[in-house]
Design a protein around this ligand. Structure first.
Ligand code: ZN
Ligand code: ZN
Length: 348
């Protein structure tokens, strides 16, 4: 075991503070990574406070990790010390079920092993995330970070990025597709950028006209203010695909009306009970409500390569490690454009 500096929570109300964690000695297939930057995801905040009732303490968040390889186990073939790499939300899976064979480790039948608060498949230990100096991850779950991607800005791609890229790709969004992105936060702003980069006609759907102006700067072609009843009525049946990034419970009925025949509303931002809706909204035009959770390793690598080629990058605010408690408070007030990234060089 290697004692490693980290920041984490020791109880739901403890807040975040420095602590020391043990990283395992390298197994044959392991890659040891010095962490340079780590993005701050809403899941980090919810998990630190045990909002979902599954957190084991001490708890170290962070699953938007970029860094440099420090050492490799003797069976590692794809990475060498000095390589730029990234780790997302998944660090292991059964590797043999149909989902894993399809490269969708995130939907593994035995359950994916989360980068934090997961259970290691070999020794049963709890996994610790990227708010730390280093991490050890098995080679099949290590991603290559292209040279042309800015390291700090790339960090949020590993969760916010793949969470929005994956459904857009899986529902074949491209030229000719009319896409609406609902909600403009960490996820929504990447949804706009990706949908635009994929060639779709993109509308930002928001409660706030001010956010509409921001969305245009990010590349949205149109803005639909959801509190404007006349505009919403005029937009009835005008979208092929709606990416719903709203992070709190909300009524989807007004949005379902916006979907054209055979359109899909895909939920990516909300993991909890939602209000009910009238099923006629689905039957009438063969609409679907779907969900999507992060993405597999192969698709995450594809996304990183796509971002490098097209220079699609998140908008970030770089913070010091000791600013994390304040950052969590600001996230709760939606006071961030659009993602905090921690400079791990500031880890005390
Ligand atoms: Zn996340
Ligand atoms: Zn599996």
């Amino acid at each position: 075991m290697t004692a490693t500096a980290a920041w984490g929570a020791t109880a739901p109300t403890s807040g975040m503070a420095p602590l020391s964690i043990d990283r395992r000695e390298l197994r044959d297939e392991d890659v040891a990574i010095d962490i340079a930057y780590c993005g701050v995801c809403h899941s980090d905040l919810h998990s630190a406070r045990n909002d979902w009732g599954r957190t084991r303490y001490p708890f170290v968040p962070g699953h938007e990790i970029v860094g440099t390889v420090r050492a490799v186990g003797k069976g590692v073939t794809k990475f060498a010390p000095g390589d730029r790499v990234a780790i997302g939300t998944v660090v292991d899976s059964c590797r043999k079920c149909d989902a894993c064979e399809d490269g969708e480790e995130n939907y593994c039948r035995e359950g994916m092993v989360g980068t934090y608060n997961g259970k290691d498949r070999i020794d049963g230990s709890t996994t610790y995330g990227g708010y730390s100096a280093s991490i050890v991850v098995a080679e099949p779950f290590v991603l290559r970070l292209p040279e042309s991607l800015d390291m700090a800005a790339a960090a949020p791609l590993l969760c916010a990025g793949i969470t929005t890229y994956s459904p857009l790709k899986n529902w074949n969004v491209g030229p000719g597709t009319k896409v609406g992105v609902i909600g403009l936060g960490g996820l929504g702003h990447m949804g706009v950028k990706f949908a635009k980069a994929l060639g779709a006609e993109v509308t930002m759907i928001t409660t706030s006209p001010a956010k509409g102006a921001d969305a245009r700067k990010l590349g949205a072609d149109h803005v639909l203010v959801s509190t404007d009843m006349a505009a919403m009525k005029a937009a009835t049946r005008s979208f092929d695909f709606l990416l719903d990034t709203i992070p709190v419970p909300h009524d989807i009925a007004p949005y379902l009306l916006l979907l054209d025949r055979q359109g899909t509303l895909c939920i990516v931002g909300m993991i909890d009970m939602m209000p009910t809706f009238h099923s006629g909204l689905l039957l009438g035009n063969q609409r679907a409500v779907a969900g999507s959770g992060v993405g597999g390793i192969a698709q995450t690598q594809e996304m990183l390569d796509f971002c490098a080629e097209r220079q699609v990058l998140p908008e970030i605010e770089l913070i010091r490690m000791d600013e994390i408690n304040h950052a969590f408070e600001r996230m709760e007030k939606a006071d961030v454009k659009y993602r905090f990234v921690i400079d791990m060089g500031t880890l005390a």
